[in-house]
Design a protein around this ligand. Sequence first.
Ligand code: FAD
Length: 278
Amino acid sequence: MNVLVVYAHPEPRSLNGSLKDFTVKRLQDNGHAVQVSDLYAMDWKASLDAADCTDWQPGARFNPSLASKHAYANGSQSEDIAREQDKLRWADALILQFPLWWFSMPAIMKGWVERVYAYGFGYGVGEHSDARWGDRYGEGMLAGKRAMLVVTTGGWEPHYGPRGINGPIDDLLFPIQHGTLYYPGFDVLPPFVAYRTDRIDDAQFLEIRDRLGQRLDDLWKTAPIPFRPQNAGAYSIPDCTLLPDIAPGISGFAAHIASEEPERAATADIAAPAMQYA
Ligand code: FAD
């Protein structure tokens, strides 16, 4: 299988650098082909602007979505964007690895998403009508591929627990996992999170590395988070709201995960992934 690792840390000798090197070796040892987009090493341009569209006329009003649509359709995207899209087409699985910075991904990685997910590639795909609202949330250009976050935090695990001060980690990562990965079609695996990493000793490093190694070994076995597909009957179209009989009484992020629904959780096939995700 082909694995793309998109990685954001400015220091190769960091914990994240070590874990990235470990990931590449482990995957290769398991027989997979690996490409790495090391965003700091590539000096990745993080800001989306008119320069991303090589035939943009100076002085013309810049509309980010329409410019992206035009450039993607006409082959006038900036070369760095097209190259990352090719890597995504090549990949069977995507790993996004980063330290949690201000409760999200580092800005350079956000900029990778904003620029690489062009209109017609990451969004704006498929029919938009009263019957369908595009190929997204379970469908899309990246459907059939797997994705997983590898995240390190400074905060302790309980800080990210169900009643922790930072908010539950699954909620914090929801915009990335559901909004950025599930949206264009990825099957999203539960995240690998290493907590309280700012000062660790060798034993703790080995423990983190071993846990990560297991997750990499299981990359094709682990059940994805059971996010609800948009176009499979759970949502009314075109307002994209859950139907009244789906997850009654549940709102917010949890309503979009099938296993969070009490009556469905009673069935064995749907309950299993939920337990892994929790
Ligand atoms: P490093 O600092 O490189 O290393 C951490 C520890 O690992 C050190 O003890 C180091 O000695 C050890 N180590 C590294 N490599 C090895 C190795 N090969 N073998 C053995 N030990 C090793 N945290 C949060 O929880 N929430 C936030 O919102 C948040 N926001 C942040 C915002 C910013 C701008 C910054 C700078 C930090 C933030 N943090 C936050 C903390 C951040 O998540 C952690 O500092 C980060 O995850 C640690 O990863 P690192 O790769 O930078 O670690």
